[in-house]
Every structure is written in C-alpha cells, then in structure tokens.
Design a protein around this ligand. Structure first.
Ligand code: GLN
Length: 272
C-alpha cells in the first residue's frame, strides 16, 4: 500500500510537471496538451480544394522566385510553398500558368493560393485577400548595352516591354505616372520580353528588380539600371472566403520570419 501511494504521487508530480511545461510553451493553451491539440487543429480545420494538398498557382518564368529546372518548379516561392504546406500538414502542388490567370484560379478554387512574386495592390484586394508580406520589391528598367535610356525619364517616347497584367505593366501604362511611353508591348513572361529587347524590337523592359538582375545575368548584352521605379510588397493571394487558410498561412509565415527560415530561403537565391 505504501509503495502504491509513492507511485501515485510520483505519477501526479510528473503529470503536473508536464502540464506546466505545456502551459509554458504556448500562451494560448489552457491545458497541458494544448500545444499538441492546437497543431492538430490547424492541420485538420484548414480547407483546401483537394484534401491534403495545398495547390499554389504561379508563373514559373520569374527567376529567382519561380522558374523551371528540368520539369521542376524551383525558387524562393517554391520553397516557401513547401515550407508552409509542411507546417499545415499538407502537400504542396504547383499549377503553372500565365501570370494574369493566377488570381482567377484562386477565386474560382482551381488553386488554393497565388504565390508568384505577387505585389499587393488595391485592385487585386478587390478580388482576393493577401497574407502578410514576405518581400520588399520594386520595378527596374532593363536596356541593351549602350542604350541612350539612362533613367525612367528617358522612357518617354520609347517602346517598352512588360509582363502582361503585372505591376510593371500598370506602371508604364498609367499616364498618371508621367512616363509617357510611345507604346507598351505585353509579353507572357520576362524572358520573352528580354528576347525582344535583344533583337531590337523594343527599347526597354520594365520588370521587378530581382528578376531583372537574373534576366541580365542570363542574357549577354543587357544591363539593368540602378533606379527603382516603385516600392512594392509581395504577399500570398488567398480566396476571400477562406480566412482560415489565410490565418494559417500568416501563422506559418510569422514562424518562418521568427526562426530565420524565410531569411535563409531568401539568402540562398538573392545573395548567390
Ligand atoms: N510583382 C509583379 C506583380 O505582382 C510581377 C509578378 C510576376 O510577374 N510574377 O504584378
């Protein structure tokens, strides 16, 4: 009997210790098993279009954010998609499409999220929600070596190439920005625009700064100007009616910001 009591009190002490540890590791949990219960809850209550999957829509011609390596989509956003999916207990699956098809894919439920170096804008916010931002970016100008275009002011009267439906397209097309281009040529992706520039069909390309650096690296004869034309934030697009998924993504993103995971992904591709 004495032995039994001792055993019981040890057991009780152990349970209390576990309980205390559980409380300490999560400020929202009221009980010992709160931490575990919470994680399970996140994985099971998030609804996606296909059970167990997180389908991300992108345009994989936007190095270093998303691009093809053989048959695989790689890059910053690909790694972010994998990391978020893992935290949500889901498997990431990519859908590669035209950039201007991404938001329609998200609103129609064909994809769960749009993850494509996508800038938060008022216009897009009318159709989708955006997660917290994960990158600061801006538009840059690419020209051929020896071009007389040295700044945004010199785009005046020129034929400028952009990727269709992007903020670069918006910037050069909007007369309010005072760019005054002769015409805007819209391409499916940056590499196509760069090719057109190399063959003198257009005078300049306006595209996001990091992809601009990669395009210049990948094709001889092009240079990127230092000037940043805009200040933009990238975020993940989520359907307006799926706020649970939005919250879960924001939770995963903030964890990745805090533990350095996000920075490690960015460093891998941006400071290479
Ligand atoms: N950041 C730009 C936009 O959101 C371009 C994105 C892209 O081409 N993938 O419009």
């Amino acid at each position: 009997m004495k032995k039994f009591t001792k055993f019981m009190s040890l057991l009780l002490a152990g349970t209390m210790l576990l309980g205390a540890a559980g409380c300490g590791s999560s400020d929202t949990s009221a009980e010992g098993e709160g931490t575990t219960a919470q994680t399970d809850e996140t994985a099971s209550t998030v609804k996606t279009s296909q059970e167990g999957k997180l389908i991300w829509a992108t345009n994989a011609a936007f190095e270093p954010y998303e691009y093809m390596e053989g048959d695989t989509v790689v890059g910053i956003d690909a790694e972010i998609a994998d990391a978020i999916a893992a935290k949500l207990g889901l498997e990431a699956q990519v859908e590669n499409m035209e950039f201007d098809a991404i938001i329609p894919a998200v609103t129609s439920g064909k994809a769960d999220i749009g993850l494509a170096g996508m800038t938060v804008s008022e216009e897009r916010l009318m159709n989708v929600n955006f997660s917290d931002t994960y990158v600061e970016a801006g538009q840059a100008i690419i020209v051929k070596e020896g071009s007389d275009i040295k700044s945004a002011a010199d785009l005046n009267g020129k034929v400028v190439g952009v990727q269709r439906g992007t903020t670069g397209d918006e910037y050069v097309s909007d007369e309010a920005n005072g760019v005054g281009v002769a015409s805007v040529e819209r391409f499916s992706n940056g590499p196509d625009a760069a090719q057109s520039l190399l063959t003198d069909k257009i005078d300049a390309v306006v595209i996001d700064n990091e992809p601009a650096k990669k395009l210049v690296e990948n094709s001889e004869g092009l240079v990127k100007l230092d000037e940043n034309l805009t200040s933009e934030q990238y975020a993940i697009a989520v359907a307006k009616d799926n706020t649970e998924l939005l919250d879960a993504i924001n939770g995963a993103l903030s964890e990745m910001k805090e533990n350095g995971e996000l920075q490690a992904i960015l460093d891998k591709y941006l400071n290479a």
